[in-house]
Ligand binder design. Structure first.
Ligand code: CA
Length: 366
């Protein structure tokens, strides 16, 4: 092409592109309004994996909207206390929160299914149920009664079963044991004779040190290490049978969600799903090194005795039957999740378990 002709056609192209931009600009402006939301986390900044999910989500939303949709993240206590995050969303004080729904079992035990229930699902199964097993539809039907629209926002994976000052060998050793543990798991432990305690994260260590409590559960190696429990309660049990795959959620005020333009709804849902997977990846990447450091520092690992697991499993089923008798929402979600669990383990015992079990043996052989 001649230089002159080329320049001419290039100029024409530029003019055409400019015209298109000029025509399209008003439409783009309409679909990208300035929206500014506030989110309270139920967690302190020191729990960087859990707290971090809100920042990961908010950054993705901001970047995808050229900064037009801003979600400002506040740590627990900055705007509202961590355990009142859901209330702030229900009453519309805040547009959004990031929380563990099982904190609200006092309002209704049905909340627990969004996080974890004793002998519930593992993290993979939990997400399968939420996204493709009807779980979120059922939960959002329930959450709507609290003006909440929810989407999963992270998972810790299977948690550890807590730190004990003394070894647990039989169910009888649970009798009178004062343990920091929340939600439905506390009610299960009551059936085994233990005395559950609700204690905020920062207060657990001194309570264990003084012997005000005998045991405490928190999350897993990466988070537990920061709180230093191994120094005062060295017996570290597994698995955390009450949190096979504890899920966090983003709660959004229902009316605020409905007001969002469709493209912002899509961007927010995409960012939340990304943050959901990102948190699990962080825990999986960081837990092994933390576990090694804990064991080097004196933590003693123990599996829960089979008789304790069996007694807890039985007590959990009794509790579910009791609550289901006069709570139709609980029964509906419980029955759906447990049916899903049955099919999941039918599948899980084949390839997943077969592969993991082989690889664990192969690793220990070296
Ligand atoms: Ca826990």
């Amino acid at each position: 092409m001649e230089r002159r002709k080329f320049l001419k056609s290039a100029t024409a192209g530029t003019v055409a592109a400019a015209a298109t931009t000029a025509l399209a600009a008003p439409a783009i402006a309409q679909s990208a309004p300035k929206v500014s939301w506030r989110l309270t986390s139920s967690f302190p900044k020191s729990l960087d994996t859990i707290y971090g999910a809100s920042e990961v989500m908010a950054k993705a939303v901001s970047e995808a909207t050229d900064g037009n949709f801003q979600i400002q993240v506040f740590a627990a206590g900055e705007l509202v206390p961590g355990l009142q995050a859901a209330d702030a969303v229900t009453n519309g004080t805040l547009e959004m929160c990031h929380t563990a729904p099982y904190y609200y079992v006092g309002k209704d035990p049905t909340f627990a299914f969004a996080t974890a229930v004793p002998f519930g699902l593992n993290a993979r199964q939990q997400n399968a149920w939420f996204y493709h097993g009807g779980g979120m539809d059922l939960l959002n039907e329930f959450f709507a009664k609290h003006n909440i629209y929810s989407m999963p926002g992270g998972n810790t994976g299977t948690q550890m079963g807590g730190w004990f000052r003394k070894e647990i060998k039989t169910v009888a050793d649970m009798s009178g044991l004062k343990m920091r543990i929340g939600g439905l798991a506390g009610r299960v432990l009551t059936k085994l004779g233990a005395v559950p305690q609700q204690i905020a994260g920062g207060d657990i260590y001194p309570a264990l040190e003084k012997g005000t409590i005998d045991a405490a559960e928190w999350v897993g190696p990466f988070d537990d290490e920061k709180l230093g429990f191994y120094k005062v309660a060295p017996h570290y049990y597994y698995p955390g049978w009450w949190e096979g795959g504890a899920s966090l959620h983003f709660f959004i005020n229902k009316a605020k969600w409905a007001e969002l333009p469709k493209n912002y709804q899509s961007i927010l849902a995409t960012a939340a799903a990304m943050a959901n997977g990102d948190m699990q990846a962080k825990y999986d990447a960081r837990n092994p090194a933390a576990l090694k450091r804990l064991v080097q520092a004196g933590a003693q690992l123990h599996p829960y005795p089979a008789e304790v697991m069996d007694a807890a499993y039985k007590a959990s089923n009794e509790l579910y039957a009791e609550i289901s008798k006069d709570n139709a929402d609980f029964k509906k979600v419980h029955d759906a999740m447990m049916a899903f669990r049955g099919d999941q383990y039918l599948w899980w015992q084949i390839a997943e378990f077969g592969y993991d079990a082989y690889m664990i043996r192969a690793r220990s052989r070296g």
